[in-house]
Design a protein around this ligand. Structure first.
Ligand SMILES: [Fe+2]
Length: 309
């Protein structure tokens, strides 16, 4: 087996946090029922420093109206806990909701971060939306582009980024203390895994990325980006562990081969409709969550490519 040095670094970080309580983050999940997305506030209780992961801007597709209600719930939580935001982290360019990072960043400060490979996503979707040269495909809309194995801090907490492509080429998992924010890779064990059929997605890569995450220590706390309930479960849930996923995940538990996974994933993806908000979401999220520049009447417009996808 190829030695995965960065994964070993992540595993050691998790083990340190498992034995030392002061290296464990406090975590609050905020569920958005309209898009089935979970946003997180992760903080170091001692230092009072926090990161926001995968925030949601409410968007009504029929009217084109946005609202900050979801983001304001997070602001209330941050204010009442006296937390200073250091990071706005995106696990990837989401296709099902618009990020509220620019709004939150303006209100709270902090740096906006995403994975280095966002430039590939910007390239693909820049072409699809026929964006002009004013749309830069170099990730400059973000303050920080993370590479695999790159470390960061939140107060006294240790963090490390892992590149986990497959759902999109740019997906990252962010490990903070003993908790892993795995973005769109795995979902709850009874629901399975993320789709791999968006432009640049790859089911083989997704399988390897997931198995990489599942080789972290058994007790690693996993925090998921979405939940859709599952047959027999009528409550939303978004936290599990490596051990639970290895034993129970209906798509990728121990013993499932890459070939079997890819066949299942490919067949299942063919049955899935595109997410309702894919066009507005991707168009805005590849710009770091900023709406396209307003036209001469002061209004921003979202484009829909017809018969192009
Ligand atoms: Fe996604």
């Amino acid at each position: 087996m190829i030695q995965d040095r960065n994964l070993a670094l992540a595993a050691r970080q998790i083990e340190r946090a498992q034995v030392n309580k002061s290296l464990r983050p406090s975590i609050a999940g905020f569920f958005d029922e309209a898009t089935n997305t979970v946003s997180y506030v992760v903080h170091d209780p001692k230092a009072g420093e926090a990161a926001i992961i995968d925030s949601v801007l409410d968007y009504e597709p029929a009217s084109g109206r946005t609202s900050n209600a979801s983001a304001d719930r997070m602001i209330d939580y941050l204010t009442s806990n006296n937390l200073k935001v250091m990071w706005h982290i995106e696990t990837h360019a989401h296709a099902d909701h618009i990020s509220a990072a620019p709004y939150l960043q303006e209100k709270l400060g902090g740096k906006l971060a995403i994975g280095r490979e966002i430039t590939r996503v910007q390239d693909v979707f820049g072409k699809l939306f026929n964006a002009g040269t004013e749309f830069e495909r170099n990730g400059s809309q973000f303050d920080k582009l993370f590479d695999d194995g790159e470390t960061f801090g939140i107060g006294g907490l240790e963090g490390i980024a892992l590149h986990v492509p497959g759902h999109t080429p740019a997906d990252m998992a962010f490990i903070i203390g003993d908790a892993a924010f795995v973005g769109d890779t795995i979902f709850m064990p009874d629901f399975g895994t993320a789709r791999a059929d968006f432009p640049g997605g790859d089911a083989h890569q997704l399988f390897r990325s997931i198995r990489r995450l599942l080789s972290l220590p058994d007790k690693t706390r996993l925090f998921l980006c979405h939940d859709y309930k599952a047959p027999g479960r009528d409550r939303y849930a978004w936290e599990s562990t490596v051990k639970q996923q290895r034993e129970e995940n209906v798509h990728v538990k121990d013993g499932v081969s890459e070939e079997d996974f890819v066949e299942m994933r490919t067949n299942r993806d063919k049955t899935l409709a595109m997410p309702t908000l894919i066009m507005p979401s991707v168009q805005v999220n590849i710009r770091g969550g900023r709406l396209p520049d307003p036209e001469d009447n002061g209004v921003s417009y979202i484009k829909i490519p017809v018969n192009a996808v």
